[in-house]
Write a protein of this length. Structure first.
Length: 381
């Protein structure tokens, strides 16, 4: 299985008054609760900032993480086709433009990776896949077929995947200098520029120089096909019923059994893992009673501290679950977690004192543009 970073297509939120109907012209709710830090909530009508004082105001401008209309990856490497040429960038910066032109109905971009010195991308012509690499400011070079670029190492080498094999291509001629076979569950960590994978029943990590043997899956008791979530200084290894978080050297940071599902969509976690900045804790969410068919239930926010063998609940929220494509997000700032869901739930959770957590869901629900079919997001400002 090819593990490629998920691509998100950025949809620009409209400015007030841009959408049909009167919802964008309605008054902004008056905030009354003081916040430990400001947040920004995006609705169908635009972006709204909740200040520390609790005041809510509309923000002009979209402040997009990448240029509007671009497709981008989790590390904010983006691409777009302009005049038939492939343009690749990172955040708001344009890095490179192809010399060749994309032609034909069945030509499609597969995956894109970038570094400070080069870009790599795969192109599909029907079922045929081609890997191209280019140094910044130079023309693209066809280097292989049937290969997906995963990312560049800290030394500038390119790691790609061809079926069950990893290939390290040196930056001199982009020829394979290292081949690692029989790999699965491959995930590239953009924060450390390393790749995690499972081989012969063990979790391993490759940084372009050496392979680190981290742990045997049997000892972790997560099953033979776990989900791997790199967290920078930590890595989560998630089975159907158990989560283990490892340090960079393979020692166990913490572990927990996962709650038994009450309904079919309760299996697994409902959010990605979120690591506190100094690796002092890892947070995640799980649902109770989600049938994925439109149901009422509870979402719980769990905290896993160093050395723990069971996660503790720090927050719970009643949720009318969306029918499909629903999820939750968690983001740390200091000791606090910003919790948000695709249904519009928002809360600031105090990990040190959960009783002091602030639920903003009722105020957010009164924002112009809530309840539509467009984008919703909450983030620290």
């Amino acid at each position: 299985m090819l593990a490629v970073a998920a691509v998100a297509v950025l949809s620009a939120a409209a400015a007030p008054g841009a959408l049909a109907g009167a919802s964008c012209a309605s008054a902004v709710p008056v905030g009354t609760v003081r916040l430990p830090a400001p947040i920004v909530v995006t609705t169908d009508c635009g972006r709204y900032r909740f200040d520390r004082s609790g005041a809510v105001r509309f923000l002009r401008g979209l402040a997009l993480p990448v240029p509007a209309g671009a497709s981008y990856y989790l590390d904010l490497t983006w691409y777009r086709l302009r005049g038939g040429h492939l343009v690749v960038g990172h955040r708001q910066r344009t890095l490179w433009r192809s010399r060749g032109i994309f032609r034909g109905r069945f030509v499609d971009v597969g995956a894109v990776a970038s570094s400070r010195a080069a870009v790599a991308y795969s192109v599909f012509h029907g079922r045929r896949q081609s890997l191209f690499v280019a140094r910044l400011g130079r023309a693209e070079q066809l280097v292989a077929g049937g290969e997906t670029p995963l990312g560049f190492t800290a030394a500038g080498g390119l790691i790609g995947q061809r079926r069950w094999t990893l290939l390290l291509r040196s930056s001199s001629q982009w020829r394979p200098s290292r081949v690692i076979g029989r790999v699965s569950r491959v995930v590239f960590d953009h924060s450390t520029r390393t790749v995690y994978f499972v081989r012969r029943g063990r979790l391993e990590r490759f940084d372009g120089v050496r392979i680190a043997n981290l742990a045997a899956l049997a000892a972790l008791r997560v099953g033979p096909r776990p989900q791997i979530e790199p967290l920078g200084r930590l890595v989560g290894v998630l089975g159907l019923r158990r989560l283990v978080v490892l340090r960079a050297d393979g020692t166990v940071f913490a572990s927990t059994e996962l709650p038994r599902p009450l309904a079919r969509a309760d299996a697994g976690l409902s959010s990605a893992l979120a690591m506190e900045r100094d690796a002092g804790a890892v947070a995640f969410t799980a649902t109770r009673g989600n049938t994925a068919l439109g149901s009422e239930g509870t979402e719980l926010v769990y905290l896993l501290r160093p050395g723990a063998r069971a996660a503790s609940v720090v927050f719970r929220e009643r949720v009318g679950f969306a029918v499909c494509e629903r999820g939750a997000g968690l983001a740390w700032r200091g000791r606090r977690l910003l919790y948000s869901t695709s249904e519009g739930r928002v809360a600031l959770i105090d990990a040190a004192d959960p009783a002091a957590s602030i639920d903003l869901t009722a105020t957010v629900a009164r924002l112009p543009g809530m309840g539509g079919d467009g984008s919703f997001d909450a983030s620290w400002s």
